[in-house]
Design a protein around this ligand. Structure first.
Ligand SMILES: [Zn+2]
Length: 480
């Protein structure tokens, strides 16, 4: 019998916070696209005689995340620690991090499952730390860029709760959504705002012990995380089947070749000789400050998704898409309120037409010139047969392009449907008179010609006739 294996995966993520300045100095936090070593100061480059000062915004953003992860405790008192190691891109020779008294403990991230209740992925640790610089390889030379030194990071570690490469990818997708939702990180993996190391081991399915694990480093997209973990699971199964033990290696993912390389044997915590950071006071999260931060916490994505299904009677599919991004979900609610009718009608317009506009323009819903009230007004005009559906779709683009209100554009450009019954009747009669052959064919039983007659009227009106009314009128005129 072939034994079946169960993968056991834990993820360690580093999240770059979108504060204005770095965590311990006044340098800009984000150096994306800047020349190397242009965004540095004596503090973040670790020159002698300088002292770090903690950035309040970094603490606030970390507390928001901890609360959103349902942390069991957000500590009133937490401490920074020195993590000592030597690396060319770490000019101080240590990293300021948190160790035995981190900002928050416990918590979970819920992964919705297609069938059944969500999976709870436990969070074992959430702490603040500073980033190190970057080593850039240039042929035989190694170049050092210190711009990233002192960028505020949250390190967040899950328990060994994930059971497949796909689940690990799902975790990152949900985490990315949450970080953007909370407005604490841009969470773009390609830009290194969200980095992920994966701990992977396997065990016989159903076992309750943990086997030695390997750690995969340097994975910088969600697809790469999925591929790297899957590759490592398969390698471990081959090793175990061949009777070889799994060793606790650190592996590096080579994106170009889709393969893993051994970097080094893993360090242990003792190697870092942690001690309390003597240059910084502890973080005192007083009750008033804590309540102020938590008061600004929005309804979270999964709760909003459930509410959309419940109170707007939306299908799960709609609710999922409309809550992928916070500004889109807010846009939807504002449009529903302005429309006052069936929420599903607003959802249809948003998901078909507005989402396409957003993707084409690379905008988020909050950046549109087409306001929720404009969308609601356009839907109402279509429903009232004041304009045709096609005109409605064109109006979306026109409002977005000009920033003018829909009713104004309809009036100025004469886009309203031919509302006058008499006018429409004259047009329809003229078409019938001009086409005796088609009329005869229709009367002889070729009823599909009605579509052609409707098309002729639409052409004469420049697309402004209401197709249903036109059709009814033609059927009446053609009836014996
Ligand atoms: Zn600095």
């Amino acid at each position: 019998m072939i034994p079946t294996y169960e993968p056991v995966i834990g993820l360690e993520t580093h999240i770059q916070l979108n504060t204005n300045s770095k965590i311990f100095c006044a340098c800009k936090a984000d150096s994306w696209g800047e020349a190397p070593n242009t965004n540095i100061c004596p503090v973040c480059t670790g020159l002698p005689g300088v002292l770090p000062v903690l950035n309040r915004a970094a603490v606030e953003k970390a507390v928001r995340l901890a609360a959103a992860m349902q942390a069991e405790s957000i500590q009133s008192l937490s401490y920074f620690a020195r993590k000592n190691y030597f690396y060319p891109d770490l000019p101080k020779g240590y990293q300021i991090s948190q160790y035995d008294e981190p900002l928050a403990r416990g918590g979970q991230l819920d992964l919705p499952m297609p069938d059944g209740p969500p999976r709870h992925i436990s969070i074992t640790k959430l702490h603040l730390e500073e980033d190190a610089g970057k080593t850039v390889h240039d042929g035989e030379r190694r170049l050092i860029d210190f711009n990233r030194c002192g960028v505020p990071l949250i390190e967040m570690v899950t328990g060994p709760d994930l059971r497949s490469a796909d689940e690990a990818a799902q975790y990152l997708i949900r985490l990315r959504q949450l970080l953007r939702w909370l407005g604490i990180s841009e969470a773009e993996m390609e830009k290194g705002h969200l980095r992920c190391d994966a701990n992977v081991s396997i065990r016989p399915a159903g076992a309750d012990y943990l086997n030695p694990k390997t750690e995969i480093k340097n994975v910088n997209s969600i697809d790469a995380v999925r591929q790297a973990i899957q590759t490592e699971i398969e390698r471990q199964i081959r090793e175990v089947e061949a009777g070889r033990p799994i060793q606790a290696w650190t592996l590096e993912w080579d994106e170009d070749n889709g393969s893993l390389h051994k970097m080094r044997s893993k360090e242990t915590e003792a190697d870092y000789r942690y001690f309390r950071e003597p240059d910084l006071l502890p973080i005192r999260l007083e009750d008033a400050w804590r309540s102020e931060i938590l008061a600004g916490l929005p309804e979270l994505p999964l709760a909003r998704r459930a509410r959309f299904q419940e109170s707007y009677r939306l299908p799960a599919y709609d609710a999922e898409i409309l809550t992928e991004e916070r500004s889109l979900s807010e846009y939807f609610e504002a449009a529903v309120a302005a429309h006052g009718g069936e929420p599903k009608a607003v959802s249809n317009w948003l998901m078909n037409d507005v989402l396409r506009m957003l993707r084409e323009r690379g905008l988020s819903a909050g950046q549109l010139r087409l306001l929720p009230g404009d969308l609601a007004e356009i839907i109402r005009m279509v429903d009232a047969h004041t304009i045709t559906t096609n005109t409605g779709k064109e109006l979306l683009e026109k409002v977005e392009a000009t920033g003018r209100r829909p009713a104004e554009i309809v009036a100025d450009e004469g886009l309203a449907v031919v509302a006058d019954e008499g006018e429409l009747r004259v047009l329809a009669e003229a078409i019938l008179a001009e086409n005796p052959g088609q009329v005869a064919a229709y009367k002889a039983g070729k009823l599909t010609l009605i579509g052609w007659f409707v098309g002729q009227v639409m052409r004469k009106t420049g697309g402004k006739a209401d197709p249903q009314r036109t059709r009814a009128l033609l059927e009446e005129l053609l009836s014996p």
